[in-house]
Write a protein that binds this ligand. Structure first.
Ligand code: PMP
Length: 393
């Protein structure tokens, strides 16, 4: 047997096991731009699974900025930033994001996954300890593992447990990492108390604002801005692929950390630079977030309407972010609910392990500023008519 046949046999065995447990995934290409209404094959569906929270992915100004930069820089960067992939567009975006985040410095990454797996190992290693919320995003989990520091996972949002772990764990350096908005539950970390605990124990704090940037805060800069904690958080990571509608990620931090990442963060050092037109597009998106507070007002109108409607349906719903989970239990229940909602014109994907813990498969609704009131009501009406009920918690 060739090597290819050996690997194919492994893959078939694993695919069968995944299918049996309702955990096999399939790709499904869209035939339209990202937006509140999308085309999938011959279906037209109202989209409740996108992280394009402000509808900027198809915004005319963001598109125009990207097109102008393609004319100027072409489409590829040809090398990492440390070789010849660096352009003025990267530096402009870093400066723009530093102003937006009121930070001393910003460093760009190609994705949130690359940022989290690059930053943590750049700061801590063997002999150090990293403290991570049990529901942190997989990219933070992987960053912790890659660092080879001791990893202490504390129960979700449990600051007392975090404090105990910080007090009892001997380590050269201590780093606490947490999502601010948890991606699959939409709840918010008790960040003020976490920051206080870090100060008390001399720990550094890194937060992942992937689902908060553009959504929370008076200027849309995230939970740290909302709580006035910018100065108490050592590293604030944000993504460019969600509310900002583009792709990539950044960390707002001190000049020293931003400088260290250039030499130390492996995804920064060893990966081709983000295309310049994506930097230009992201810059236009940041301008839109800061310059058009109406975008956020529309998003929050939709969030509140959806939460109110869920409560009428008997579902407990906290309007704390644009993410609403409807926990149904086993994967089959979530898949079945997603199929029935889709027949009613609503696209909402079933989220299953390992993305969420076993027994908590769910529908995850994401609201957008681009949804009309009619779209929100369609989802609520579909939930009512197909009779989707929250399952075991
Ligand atoms: N952090 C969180 C909390 C996320 O939800 C995601 C995206 N799913 C990421 C990081 C990774 O970001 P990206 O998609 O840019 O790799």
């Amino acid at each position: 047997m060739s090597d290819e046949a050996v690997a194919a046999a492994w893959a078939r065995e694993d695919l069968e096991a995944l299918s049996e447990r309702g955990l096999r995934r399939y790709l499904e290409p869209l035939d339209s731009p990202q937006g509140p209404v999308v085309r999938v094959g011959d279906e037209t569906l109202v989209n409740f699974s996108s992280n394009d929270y402000l509808g900027l992915a198809s915004s005319p100004t963001v598109r125009a900025a990207a097109l102008a930069a393609v004319e100027r820089y072409g489409v590829g960067t040809g090398a990492s930033r440390l070789v010849v992939g660096d352009t003025a567009a990267h530096h402009r975006l870093e400066a723009r994001l530093a102003a937006f985040e009121r930070a001393e410095a910003v460093r760009l990454f190609n994705s949130g996954y690359a940022a989290n797996t690059g930053i943590i190992p750049a700061l801590v290693g063997p002999g150090d300890a990293v403290f991570s919320d049990a529901l942190n995003h997989a990219s933070l989990v992987d960053g912790c593992r890659l660092s080879r520091a001791r990893v202490c996972v504390y129960p979700h949002a449990d600051v007392e447990a975090l404090e105990r772990a910080l007090a009892q764990t001997p380590a050269r350096r201590k780093l606490v990492v947490t999502d601010t908005v948890f991606s699959m539950d939409g709840d918010v970390a008790p960040l003020r108390d976490i920051a206080t605990a870090c100060r008390a124990h001399g720990a550094a704090l890194m937060v992942d604002e992937a689902h908060a940037t553009g959504v929370l805060g008076h200027r849309g800069a995230g939970l740290c801005e909302e709580l006035g904690l910018e100065g108490q958080v050592d590293l604030r990571m944000g993504t460019l692929g969600k509310a900002l509608g583009v792709m990539g990620a950044y960390v707002a931090t001190s000049r020293a950390v931003a400088d260290l990442l250039v030499s130390r963060a492996r995804p920064f050092v060893f990966s081709t630079a983000l295309p310049a037109h994506l930097c230009a597009a992201a810059e236009a998106a940041v301008d839109a977030v800061e310059g058009d507070p109406d975008l956020r007002a529309r998003l929050w109108r939709n969030i509140r309407r959806f939460a109110d409607g869920l409560r009428v349906l008997g579902v407990r719903a906290e309007p704390r972010s644009a993410v609403f989970p409807l926990i149904l239990g086993e994967p089959g229940r979530a898949l079945d609910a997603a199929r029935r909602l889709r027949e009613a014109g609503v696209l909402v994907k079933a989220i299953r392990p390992p993305t969420v813990p076993e027994g908590t498969s769910r529908l995850r609704f994401c609201l957008s500023a681009a949804h009309t009131v009619g779209h929100v009501d369609l989802a609520l009406e579909a939930l009512r008519t197909v009779g989707v009920r929250r399952g075991p918690d």
